[in-house]
Design a protein around this ligand. Structure first.
Ligand SMILES: NC(=O)c1ccc[n+]([C@@H]2O[C@H](COP(=O)([O-])OP(=O)(O)OC[C@H]3O[C@@H](n4cnc5c(N)ncnc54)[C@H](OP(=O)(O)O)[C@@H]3O)[C@@H](O)[C@H]2O)c1
Length: 328
């Protein structure tokens, strides 16, 4: 079987297209014949070597996969079922989805929800799941549209595009924060952004508490942008931390938390509990299914084009989402 494998080279871990035996796949009781995967920031880190994602090597890359059950030792799944897997340590300690077959424990497998095709599930993939998980956690913690607009940083990326459109569909007013205001502004407005601004606009010059300007935020950047925005959130607003594209550091004060009741919500899509997953995927197949899904995921490529797209992701030149077709 064909697989894009993370292997150790003299320059560190890198992705390489290879042929392997299906029997060599990491352990599991469900084998999925892959139809589609997708490319996320984390895949680009793993494949280019810009970040160490695969904790054991060689290991098949790809944190997402959708396909058809080839065989199953578990009562919950039968041969021919359409299923998907996102996260669950694929490409970290388990062979991932950029391969013709994927073997995983049944607990990692989600049945394709009614309302989504296999392609659509990977157009969404971890990026869509993460945006929907952030919105779920915010709404579960009483976020309401009346509290004011929601900042979305890294807006031109996959999670960012989805967060903008899903928030708009759920009745919120998303504000897109992007370094690419010129190039992406019009598109982000079409997705539902009520405003498009550059990250520098959020700089408070180091003041820990500013005016209560925003209802909440979904943040992909971390660092000073996250610290600054915490001081501008209204009473009992929520900030969902999803990424560290700018910095893993967070230098802040407790004032927004204790004086305004602001909540900082952690988003871990990889090990999200199964019960939450089912609820999030049914949101994704219905209310939160992005109206512009086909345009956000405008590109479907083959395994042999993955390297080029990963380079563009790391260079910050990639917008929206790319689906990878593994087999027809
Ligand atoms: N917590 C989780 O479970 C989870 C799940 C999925 C993704 N993530 C994280 O969420 C982030 C977005 O993921 P993605 O798949 O949507 O990636 P993506 O499509 O590559 O988008 C990343 C976006 O982040 C911004 N960005 C990248 N490097 C930056 C830098 N150095 N400084 C400022 N902004 C930068 C860019 O937005 P602009 O061009 O608009 O400025 C870029 O488009 C990543 O950090 C990823 O690791 C976390």
């Amino acid at each position: 079987m064909k697989a894009l494998r993370i292997i150790d080279t003299d320059d560190g871990p890198r992705g390489r297209l290879d042929e392997i035996e299906q029997s060599a796949l990491t352990e599991g009781n469900v084998i999925i014949k892959a139809r589609y995967s997708s490319l996320n920031y984390k895949d680009a880190l793993a494949i280019t070597g810009a970040g160490k994602i695969a904790r054991q090597r060689p290991l098949n890359a790809g944190i997402d996969v959708a396909g058809v059950v080839e065989s199953s030792d578990d009562d919950r799944f039968a041969c021919g079922d359409e299923v998907l897997v996102t996260g669950w340590l694929l490409s970290e300690t388990r062979d991932g989805g950029l391969a013709e077959y994927v073997r995983v424990p049944a607990d990692c497998v989600t049945r394709l929800p009614a309302g989504l095709t296999l392609w659509e599930s990977m157009a969404l993939g971890t990026a869509g799941f993460t945006a929907a998980m952030a919105i779920k956690r915010m709404r579960d913690n009483f976020q309401r549209p009346e509290q004011g607009p929601i900042l979305v940083t890294g807006a031109a990326g996959g999670v960012g595009n989805f967060a903008i459109e899903m928030l708009a569909q759920a009745g919120f007013a998303p504000i897109a924060v992007t370094r690419r205001v010129e190039a992406q502004g019009e598109w982000l407005s079409e997705l539902g952004a009520t405003d498009v601004i550059a990250p520098e606009t959020l700089d408070l010059g180091g003041r820990p508490m500013g005016s209560e300007s925003y209802g909440g935020a979904i943040d992909a950047l971390g660092g000073s942008v996250l610290a600054d925005m915490l001081g501008q959130i209204v009473q009992f607003g929520n900030v969902a931390a999803i990424g560290l594209a700018a910095s893993p550091k967070l230098d802040t004060m407790v004032l927004p938390f204790i004086l305004r009741g602001v909540s900082l919500l952690g988003i871990n899509s990889v090990e999200c509990p199964s019960q939450w997953r089912a609820a999030i995927w049914s949101d994704l197949a219905a209310e939160l299914k992005p109206a512009h899904l086909d345009q956000i995921a405008a590109q479907t490529i083959g395994l042999d084009q993955v390297h080029d797209v990963c380079d563009a992701i790391i260079a910050g030149e990639h917008a929206g989402r790319t689906v990878v077709e593994i087999a027809r």
